[in-house]
Design a protein around this ligand. Sequence first.
Ligand SMILES: C[S@@+](CC[C@H](N)C(=O)[O-])C[C@H]1O[C@@H](n2cnc3c(N)ncnc32)[C@H](O)[C@@H]1O
Length: 246
Amino acid sequence: MPGDDGYFDERVAARYDESSADMFDPAVVDPVLDFLVELAGDGRALELGIGTGRIALPLARRGVPVHGIELSKAMASKLRAKPGGEDIGVTIGDFATTTVNGTFSLAYLVFNTILNLTTQAAQVACFRNVAAHLEPGGCFVIEVGIPELQRLPPGETFRVFHASVSRWGIDEYDVANQGLISHHFEIVDGRLERNSVPFRYTWPSELDLMAQLAGMSLRERWSGWKREPFTSDSRNHVSVWEKLRD
Ligand SMILES: C[S@@+](CC[C@H](N)C(=O)[O-])C[C@H]1O[C@@H](n2cnc3c(N)ncnc32)[C@H](O)[C@@H]1O
């Protein structure tokens, strides 16, 4: 069972940047920044699950004031230890319910992190929490994968999503409950380490309904940060909901 830091404890935080190195590549990060800078305008941004600052730090360097909510003290301390990290406020808590001072023109939740909330009630609460922090007309951005059920043969519950010399990933589906456990196996210093993280997968339409419940409506949906069209073949979506004006 996870401790207070959730699934991103000291051990995971110590290796997070290295094990997600491809996600720190400027070719991946820069389009995210371009997208978010434009939406933030002159306002402040709130990152849910800010982690070690992969997006928040370069976004702040682009002139957007960023505040984060983060469950894991271990991840937040990695952020603080980086250049510029001390200047970014982080509130420790669950982003479904934790409140922070002030309002924001932009809130964002990237890298599939909405799925870390493992019940529908928690995901709905997250949308409501975001709406309470947004200015009217403010935007909420989510980047998340489309559930890969079309790749799951009938009757099967396991799907390999990564296999290399020293790292393997297997998703275990619980279709009746929209549940998914991602099992990660990695050889570290000659030993096999396992990390199994539960998720609740969601469909774009379900997220739209959560937004509607929270007083927001869909403004844009793309399959990537460069505003690639969203189609039946898309494996990810970047969606933007706008808080309705009274
Ligand atoms: C996949 S990492 C993404 C970190 C960062 N946003 C990035 O793009 O690199 C997910 C982060 O969300 C945090 N997290 C997961 N569930 C959370 C929750 N319910 N409340 C607050 N933070 C949470 C984790 O501790 C972790 O730092």
